[in-house]
Design a protein around this ligand. Structure first.
Ligand code: 5AD
Ligand code: SF4
Length: 459
């Protein structure tokens, strides 16, 4: 473990930058792609920039430093990044002191980073996912007009003590582990985020207390596969029970769970711990055993359904969401229909669906029987049509239901309505006073739209 807050060289670098930019009123803008893990990395980059004396810009136009924190999980994300970085060239011409950086998962792929470095000579900083802790040193170089290109393979570290500028609100994220060991054959994450490593529970608990002190009441614990959290024998259900005890915490969520590692202990913890929410994001990826095998998911449809049934029987009102990939290499029409069938059987409250996107360096990208783009698109549309039926169908049971929502904000689309989620992640819209934002209110449901509910506040 590296504790950056005790790294005097880094503190000195931050002080030097602060002194050199003082009075210049420099602003930063960070554009983040991809998952919550990346969002949270951006909050840490922002935390370091604030420590260096920068303030947040409202848009790219007024920024003196623009960072693109990239994602490479699917091709679409990659193409967007290249396009958006290209656009910024013009801003560089208008503001010569503008520093432009590109970082994150996409830059951890050396060939892609090389390509970007060559194609966009106006990019000042390129760095990978293991370089966050060196950001002040890299910034100092860039401020001295040196081009930065830092991509290292080292991935065994847990870095503590980085300041974070969290998105304001009532809900925030805390990492409990980094990396992934699962090597699902379609997935680039283990290559760009490194091997699995868990944080010390003491550090996690300190961070939980810190964010509660800052006014957050809902925390989502993050990891690629939280079920394999393990720190000196402390497992994920044990960690949940420790966090559950922290005074001031109202709601505790977590993601993502891998079905192969979802234990009975975790189901028991979800059922018994009062702050742990009754929602689980449990990516199934496919409803065909043959495709699951080729994906190296290491569970069967039967095992998955067993988990679903256990969750439903032990946890009242639990809702399940998922991720699904269609058009994986070799997926037959029969395999695809099995996925649609599984979706009908489970009754998800929401699902993120993707067309398989070959990622260079992964096992599946080299498999025979790649599915043509048009066919992947057709299957994606067909699957989304199934979900468009099954998701609203799951709403009917909520008519007359009473529960608490944590009010997140006001929606102004038609008449102003407060919105917030039930413990099980179902969104509910109700009439009410804006002063209720941030508090738990008790509601009764009397209607629904596609994947949200409507109702009113009851005493
Ligand atoms: N193609 C399509 N979808 C993918 N995902 C991960 N890798 C790929 C890929 N190569 C999806 C999975 C995962 C989610 C975060 O992204 O469904 O659960
Ligand atoms: Fe990727 Fe599989 Fe790891 Fe999730 S569990 S990050 S899909 S390799």
């Amino acid at each position: 473990m590296i504790d950056v807050s005790k790294d005097t060289q880094m503190m000195e670098a931050i002080d030097r930058i602060r002194a050199s930019v003082s009075g210049l009123n420099l602003k930063y803008f960070i554009e983040t792609y991809g998952c919550q893990m990346n969002e949270h990395d951006s909050e840490k980059l922002a935390g370091m920039l604030v420590a260096c004396g920068y303030t947040k810009a409202e848009g790219k136009n007024e920024a003196d430093l623009i960072l693109f924190n990239t994602c490479c999980v699917r091709e679409h994300a990659e193409l967007r990044t290249f396009g958006n970085v290209g656009f910024v060239k013009e801003l560089k011409q208008q503001n010569p002191r503008l520093i432009l950086g590109v970082c994150g998962c996409m830059m951890q792929q050396k060939e892609v980073a090389d390509k970007l470095y060559k194609r966009f000579p106006f990019v000042d900083m390129i760095f990978g996912t293991h370089e966050l802790k060196n950001f002040p040193f890299m910034l100092e170089k860039a401020l001295n007009n040196q081009r930065v290109f830092n991509i290292t393979e080292m991935d065994g570290e847990v870095v503590e003590g980085l300041p974070a500028e969290r998105t304001p609100g009532f809900s925030t994220f805390i990492n409990i582990m980094y990396g992934c060991n699962n090597f699902c054959t379609y997935c680039i994450v283990p290559y760009v985020r490194g091997r699995e490593r868990s944080r010390n529970p003491e550090d996690i608990l300190n961070e939980v207390r810190e964010v509660i002190g800052q006014g957050y009441s809902e925390i989502t614990l993050l990891g690629q596969n939280v079920n394999s959290y393990n720190y000196d024998g402390i497992t994920f259900p044990m960690l949940l029970s420790m966090v559950n005890l922290v005074p001031g915490l109202v709601r505790l969520r977590f993601m993502t769970s891998h079905p192969k590692d979802l234990s009975d202990e975790l189901i028991d913890a979800m059922a018994s711990l009062d702050k742990v929410c009754k929602h689980i994001h449990l990516p199934v990826q496919s409803g065909s055993n043959e495709i699951l095998r080729r994906m190296n998911r290491r569970y069967t449809v039967e095992h998955y359904m067993e988990l679903v049934n256990k969750l439903r029987s032990r946890i009242a009102d639990v809702e399940i969401t998922t991720d699904i990939i269609v058009g994986f290499p070799g997926e037959t029409e029969e395999d695809f229909q099995a996925t649609c069938e599984l979706v009908r059987n489970v009754g998800y409250s929401n699902a993120y669906t993707f067309a398989y996107s070959p990622r260079q360096g992964t096992i599946a990208a080299a498999m025979d029987e790649q599915i043509p783009q048009d066919e992947k698109r057709r299957r994606l549309n067909a699957l989304n049509a199934v979900l468009a039926e099954t998701i609203p169908a799951g709403n009917e049971k909520y008519i007359g239901y009473e529960g608490d929502i944590l009010v997140e904000g006001v929606d102004h689309r038609d008449e102003p309505l407060l919105f917030g989620k039930l413990s099980n992640f179902k969104m509910v819209y109700v009439k009410g006073d804006e002063k209720l934002i941030g508090s738990l209110v008790h509601v009764r449901v009397d209607g629904f739209r596609f994947n949200s509910l409507s109702g009113r506040i009851v005493e």
